[in-house]
Design a protein around this ligand. Structure first.
Ligand code: NAD
Length: 348
């Protein structure tokens, strides 16, 4: 049975409307909602089309396309990563994305995804930490206090229940900004002057720095037994954050191994080094944390299914509301074969 005719106007969610959506729902609630959508899709992981993202590298950054499909909907995100951008007054990461109907191939949503990426990355981090962090984890170190940091922190509060965050950045202005933005969050915020100070007493160590090099944000001797590491910033070939020795002491959880082996912390290890795909922890196929002394590491690079889940959530929330505007981006001739005629008549 053919479906009803596809829409010619594509609902578009601007940055302004994304901010309205977040405020209508509430930041903590939207993070919990996104984590639920992501969990739902991770549980049906096997039915998705999966491919490592398509990356175009330059000396200063990377531009990537991230496609996937569940057979009913198709989604992709355009995203960049340019660590030098902040010094020029631009963001390191910007993004937009699209969801389409597999049956017609017509787009059903176009959305800003700079904010949405920060939200979905944070929701994924917290979903993973909920399953892997030691019981009763209440303190997080947040190393790298840039654009993602408040989202990461707020998600750990909303989903894992942390009560305190210890901030460190090489740029004290970034830390001040982060502390200011978290003032009313209900979290105890501690400003630290070194990464060593930041990790004191923390059970969750988040690294979220941006530098186009193999950096050592955490050295081996900084990581004690039983912590959970949430490594966000190493997400490109030649761009990592952790000393290699930490990896060999940790149980490593990843999104999609063919992408993470190229982009993640594990690019420092042999291709056959054992890793666990996080979706298998959710379905119960693999065990998460085994004991209180184990070091668990989420080697996050960001995978297309998380963006698909986020777009799916936004589509469900904005449908029929004033949070989207109709975008005239599909040619729609009365006779589908008369595209030229439509153009011709437009002249009149
Ligand atoms: P940003 O440029 O806004 O912030 C990065 C911060 O890191 C800056 O404040 C900078 O001063 C700090 N920094 C750099 N080197 C440091 C060091 N050695 N020690 C401490 N702080 C240091 O970038 P952002 O948007 O917050 O993104 C951070 C990183 O996360 C980027 O590398 C980005 O590519 C990555 N990211 C990953 C995902 C994912 O899904 N895994 C998603 C989004 C962004």
């Amino acid at each position: 049975m053919p479906k009803p005719s596809a829409q010619a106007f594509v609902p578009f969610v601007s940055v302004e409307n994304m901010m309205r959506l977040v405020h209508q729902v509430g930041v903590e609630q939207i993070l919990r909602d996104l984590a639920n959508y992501i969990e739902e899709d991770f549980r049906r992981w096997e039915l998705f089309d999966k491919t490592p993202r398509v990356a175009s590298h330059s000396d200063v950054g990377v531009i990537e396309l991230m496609p996937t499909s569940d057979g009913e909907s198709y989604g992709f995100k355009y995203v960049n990563g340019h660590p030098k951008n902040t010094s020029e007054g631009l963001q390191t990461v910007t993004a937009f994305g699209l969801l389409a109907d597999v049956y017609t191939g017509y787009p059903v949503l176009l959305s800003e995804m700079t904010l949405l990426t920060a939200l979905r990355t944070a929701a994924t981090s917290a979903l993973v930490a909920k399953h892997l962090a030691p019981k009763g984890a209440d303190t997080m170190a947040m190393i790298g206090n840039g654009a993602q940091s408040e989202f990461q922190t707020t998600a750990m509060k909303a989903i894992v229940g942390i009560k305190s965050v210890r901030l460190y950045d090489v740029d004290p202005e970034a830390t001040k900004k982060c502390a200011r933005n978290l003032e009313d969050s209900g979290l105890k915020v501690v400003i630290c002057s070194s990464p060593e100070e930041a990790i004191l007493g923390a059970q969750i160590l988040t690294t979220c720095t941006a530098d186009k090099q193999c950096a050592t944000i955490l050295t081996d001797n900084m990581v004690g037994a039983g912590v959970h590491i949430n490594a966000i910033g190493g997400d490109c070939p030649g761009k990592t954050e952790l000393a290699r020795d930490i990896l060999t002491r940790s149980t490593i959880f990843v999104e999609y191994p063919p992408q993470t082996r190229v982009e993640g912390e594990i690019q420092q290890l042999d291709d056959n080094h054992d890793v666990i795909e996080f979706w298998e922890v959710l379905t119960g196929a693999k065990q998460g944390r085994k004991d209180e002394r184990e070091i668990t590491l989420f080697d996050s690079v960001g995978f297309a299914i998380e963006d698909f889940s986020a777009l799916r959530y936004v589509r469900d929330k904005v449908r029929g509301s004033d949070l989207c505007e109709p975008l005239d981006m599909l040619a729609d001739p009365d006779d589908p074969r008369d595209l030229f005629g439509m153009l011709h008549r437009a002249k009149a």
